[in-house]
Design a protein around this ligand. Structure first.
Ligand SMILES: Cc1ncc(COP(=O)(O)O)c(C=O)c1O
Length: 387
């Protein structure tokens, strides 16, 4: 990426930011777009007849449309949420579960695509967690776990710890053949890969704006139109009801029924701008850039004594986790921080996965479109010194 592009991210001149899997940096143009909303047409949406509300409503509606174009569905099938966690909880809470319904998820999941399913056990739902082999979902185990009671399969498109890109299209076929609902957690794929929910064949797909150049507090749930009326909203109140009397209420139709209360209007407008930037660069180019950085990083890390990369050879996004023999991951992250290199350490909200590798913490570096080869080399040089 050239210097002009990097100047959109002022923090890149202060630090080597390698924690984009947690939250990506936000370009100044996204912030300007949000400021414009507050300065020039600040109003609530779908409530007033005045021109400010009309403009704000139009821009908010446009976010649904732009997300639809990004992931290959109609804007009407996009529900705006706070984040991925809310989107997944909306599905887990919103479906009408019966005792003995069966859900399959994997040990590779972020807690946000794990705990909402575990909680369904309170309703008598059976939950199976399938394992991984060499950093990849064990598809045979997945197929073997399917029973006539399997109602939903929930998996991540890409792992937030390993970077593994899962065979979501193949799993989609398995779901359709067995008439199983299919939720894909796209928090770690939407920022990095071209997405087509029709090709994936999923019923639900979730992601967060803050991992893809957008602001925090805005995310989305793709919910196939035929399921929208079946999901019970997480919340009710203003915004998602069409008629209220002293004795009852009628929910609105479409995505409106799942968006109660004043939404994050500025966040939605910021996300539209972030999507425009991603489209201008092109997700295929983003992928190519990350693959080049992956190659440099893995080649260099392999040469460091005592450094163990978790599954170096998988097809991955720009996420790489590792440990260093005899060194505490938090201490390494703090030492790197003193050199203004930002990486994350811990279990990355994926405790079952990290424990699968017999660790309680690992170090994770995750790069994105604004990172450079020079930064990757700086990280490796500092790691070498620490070792
Ligand atoms: C794979 C995955 N799923 C879900 C989440 C949760 O995202 P959020 O905190 O934005 O809801 C994350 C965040 O790191 C993630 O990496």
């Amino acid at each position: 990426m050239n210097d002009e592009f990097r100047s959109l991210f002022p923090l890149t001149s202060d630090v080597v930011y390698l924690d984009s899997a947690a939250t990506s940096l936000t370009p100044t143009s996204v912030l300007e777009e949000m400021n414009d909303y507050y300065n020039k047409y600040c109003a609530n949406i779908d409530r007033g007849v005045h021109h400010l509300s009309k403009l704000a409503s139009h821009r908010y509606g446009d976010t649904h449309k732009k997300i639809g174009e990004l992931i290959g569905c109609s804007g009407k099938e996009v529900v705006l949420t706070k984040n991925t966690t809310e989107a997944i909880n909306q599905v887990a809470f919103g479906l009408d579960w019966s005792k003995n319904d069966h859900v399959i998820t994997t040990v590779m999941e972020h807690h946000s695509n794990f705990v909402p399913w575990l909680r369904l056990r309170e309703k008598g739902v059976k939950v199976d967690v399938i394992g991984i082999k060499n950093g990849q979902i064990d598809l045979n185990e997945l197929k073997n776990k399917i029973t006539s009671e399997t109602r939903l399969i929930a998996i991540c498109h890409a792992s937030n710890v390993l970077g593994t890109i899962n065979p979501v299209i193949e799993i989609g076929k398995i779901c359709r053949e067995n008439d199983i609902l299919y939720l894909v957690d796209g928090a770690q794929s939407t920022p990095h890969l071209p997405i087509d929910v029709q090709k994936i064949g999923c019923d639900f797909y979730s992601f967060s704006g803050h991992k893809m150049l957008g602001p925090t507090g805005i995310g989305a749930l793709y919910c196939k139109q035929k399921h929208q009326e079946k999901l019970k909203p997480l919340m009710v109140g203003g915004g998602n009801v069409s008629n209220v009397t002293k004795t009852g209420y009628t929910l609105k139709k479409g995505y409106h029924r799942l968006e109660a209360g004043t939404p994050n209007i500025a966040g939605a407008i910021g996300l539209t701008k972030a999507i425009q930037i991603l489209n201008e660069i092109g997700l295929k180019n983003i992928r190519k850039h990350e693959e080049k950085l992956n190659k440099t990083l893995i080649d260099e890390l392999r040469n460091l004594d005592g450094l163990n990369i978790l599954n170096p050879d998988i097809d991955r996004t720009g996420v790489i986790s590792f440990t260093i023999k005899g060194k505490d991951p938090h201490k390494i992250a703090l030492q790197l921080d003193q050199k203004n290199i930002i990486v994350r350490s811990g279990n990355h909200c994926s405790q079952p996965l990290v424990e699968h590798y017999n660790y309680d913490k690992v170090i994770r570096t995750s790069h994105y479109i604004y990172n450079t080869q020079k930064e990757i080399k700086t990280l490796c040089k500092e790691l070498k010194k620490l070792i």
